[in-house]
Design a protein around this ligand. Structure first.
Ligand code: SF4
Ligand code: SF4
Length: 128
């Protein structure tokens, strides 16, 4: 990750098609661990680094507070994402050969302008 989608999501479908890496699943997708809101796959989200100055999903989202910052998908936060996987917060992809695609298997880019306390407090993603 990344960004994450909160319970404020109104299931409007404005975000998914905007994602350059197809990291957003709708509420009906069987890989979505939460069946009442959209979901961002943390192992796939690149925070739009290399694609756009701001997260495109947040630019498209009409709902304040529906898309917030989460921790970077890097090895330093391996246990954070593993805990989230075990609690059902995340549903990280299981690769046939590599197994669970945790950050130690594949890290993702993240926006270094976003400081850690913005991420830890899941601050609203504002576009810039
Ligand atoms: S921040 Fe960018 S890469 Fe991540 S889910 Fe949103 S649109 Fe996709
Ligand atoms: S655009 Fe925002 S409110 Fe609409 S589905 Fe995506 S996260 Fe939910």
């Amino acid at each position: 990750m990344a960004v994450m989608i909160t319970d404020e999501c109104i299931v409007c479908d404005a975000c998914a098609t905007e994602c350059p890496v197809a990291a957003i699943l709708d509420e009906k997708n069987e890989k979505n661990p939460q069946d009442y809101k959209y979901y961002v796959k943390p192992e796939a989200c690149v925070e739009c680094v290399g694609h756009s100055d701001s997260p495109r999903c947040a630019e498209a989202c009409p709902t304040e507070g529906a898309i917030v910052w989460d921790m970077p998908y890097i090895t330093e936060y391996e246990s954070y994402f593993l805990d989230g996987q075990e609690s059902g917060k995340y549903s990280i992809r299981v690769h046939n050969k590599k197994g669970l695609m945790l950050p130690s298997i594949k890290e993702q880019p993240y926006n270094e302008l976003i400081v850690m306390n913005q991420r830890q407090s899941h601050e609203n993603v504002t576009t810039f």
